[in-house]
Write a protein of this length. Structure first.
Length: 246
């Protein structure tokens, strides 16, 4: 791929020593490699970091480079380890240049930047992960405790069914932990999995109602056990919307 090079004012020594020139060459080098391997997450991450760093030195030269990169639609398909599209990183960095260059961004580009802002779902992913871990520990303890009690004595059919809801909530917690980890790693399929788990989590409400009808004590225990699951499902659903927009 032939790369266009912008002449840097001054002597060759000054061009080498210029932080803007060095950063620009680094971005262009990564761009040439990225065009060959647009799905390399590590390479996309390096490219996004280089673009963001370059934008910390606002200048007409940086503006020209970013505006040229923004015209490459294939950068939309290239995503870093956090799922941030490389084109979004370019436009975000362009906006960070401030006045007057940021005024050149179109309304569509600004909307794209807002929809793909860095970290839009990372907080919800972390919250969902923590709550799912709590749900897993709590429901796992209840499941194995009831299972042990069941195996140690002969109980009625009603009590035989008691461990099953907690086992289901344990399985949901484990699946949520796996899905949030995949989303944090930038896996493309993680958003759809989180969305499915967010819907499945609300089945816990039905379980609580059923257990409450069968036994008041069991309903109270199920309400406490399902609280972190419902909260993690809410966080997973919000994070899923951010992931699916990307």
């Amino acid at each position: 791929m032939q790369q266009e090079r912008v002449d840097v004012a001054g002597s060759p020594v000054e061009a080498v020593e210029s932080p803007v020139a060095t950063g620009r060459e680094h971005v262009l080098t990564l761009l040439s490699r990225l065009e060959v391997a647009p799905h390399d997450e590590a390479l996309c991450t390096s490219f996004n970091q280089a673009v963001v760093e370059l934008a910390k030195q606002p200048s007409a030269e940086v503006f020209e480079l970013l505006s040229e990169l923004a015209d490459r639609p294939w950068l939309t398909r290239a995503r870093d380890a956090n799922g941030w599209p490389c084109r979004a990183a370019v436009l975000w960095s362009w906006a960070e240049l401030g006045y007057p260059w940021a005024l050149e961004l179109s309304a569509e580009d600004l909307a794209y930047v807002r929809e793909n802002a860095p970290g839009t779902s990372s907080g919800w992913l972390t919250l969902s992960f923590v709550l799912a871990a709590i749900s897993g520990v709590l429901n796992g303890a209840l499941f194995f405790l009831l299972l042990a009690a069941l195996l140690a004595s002969s109980m009625k059919l009603l009590f035989v069914l008691l461990p099953l809801p907690f086992g289901a909530m344990l399985a949901h917690a484990i699946a949520t932990l796996v899905a949030t980890s995949a989303a944090q790693a930038g896996r493309a399929s993680a958003g759809a999995r989180l969305k499915t788990l967010s819907y499945a989590g609300w089945v816990a409400l039905f379980i609580v109602v059923v257990l409450g009808l069968l036994s008041t004590e069991a309903g109270v225990v199920a309400s406490i056990a399902s609280a972190p699951l419902l909260a993690s499902s809410l966080g997973a659903g919000i994070a899923a919307r951010g992931q699916l927009k990307r």
